[in-house]
Design a protein around this ligand. Structure first.
Ligand code: ATP
Ligand code: MG
Length: 218
């Protein structure tokens, strides 16, 4: 699945960035809703190479996180998994990724960077935030009833013209940290992430799992 090449129309490319350690149904449902509600043409899932903000803990290898992302997105015709960031050396900054993508895609392709609304207060402070604002629309997934004041205040304070669309996503309480804890405790991941992802992380012994005699915890 790739974008078309019709110059007479605009294409909307969704970019779902994250550590994806592991990818879960919260990421997937947010991307699916962004695809539908914003009329995106494709959503690219890009596991971060060396995440800028997660240098404090042992992040799984880019190869493992990419493989799980590929497994999770394989059955959805408008999702693709990309090696773009995992194949880059060093810490990955979103502004660098967006500048590179901008140089690769023609002008009629618009970028929609999908993120959690909580992350907006951080993104406005990310390296080269002005470039992020210039190069992409933001799609911010929020919990139903989430108070957006902090996100708005952060954007105001930044003085940058971020274009943000807020999407209410009920599954937002799911997190990779929670899934890692469940794996470690030998608890089931069923319905929290696609089964092929669970199979992969068990097979490769990620997250300090203790296996039962089936090699699975559920
Ligand atoms: P961790 O618990 O390790 O921080 P995470 O679940 O937040 O992991 P990330 O890979 O850090 O996952 O997140 C990637 C992107 O997805 C971020 O923009 C984050 O805000 C967003 N996100 C995370 N969880 C959800 C969710 N349940 N629903 C929608 N978006 C989410
Ligand atoms: Mg997170």
């Amino acid at each position: 699945p790739v974008l078309g090449t019709d110059d007479s129309r605009t294409y909307r490319l969704g970019i779902m960035g994250g550590t994806f350690d592991p990818i879960h149904n919260g990421h997937l449902v947010a991307a699916e809703q962004a695809f539908d509600d914003l009329g995106l043409d494709l959503v690219v899932f890009m596991p971060a190479g060396r995440p800028a903000f997660k240098q404090d803990r042992n992040v799984s290898s880019g190869e493992d996180r990419y493989a799980m992302t590929l497994l999770a997105t394989a059955d959805n015709p408008h999702f693709v998994a990309s090696r773009f960031e995992v194949d880059r050396e060093g810490v990955t900054y979103t502004a660098d990724t967006l500048r590179l993508l901008r140089s690769l895609y023609p002008e009629n392709v618009e970028f929609y960077f999908i993120t959690g609304a909580d992350a907006i207060t951080e993104i406005v402070k990310w390296r080269d935030a002005a470039d992020i604002a210039r190069l992409a629309h933001l799609v911010a997934a929020t919990r139903p009833g989430y108070d957006l004041d902090r996100a708005w205040d952060a954007i105001d304070a930044s003085g940058l013209a971020f274009d943000v669309t807020y999407l209410s996503v009920p599954a937002l309480a799911i997190s990779s940290s929670h899934l890692r804890e469940r794996v470690k405790a030998g608890q089931s991941l069923r319905y929290l992430t696609p089964d092929p992802v669970t199979g992969y992380l068990h097979k490769h012994g990620l997250y300090g799992m203790s296996t039962n005699r089936y090699g699975h915890t559920s």
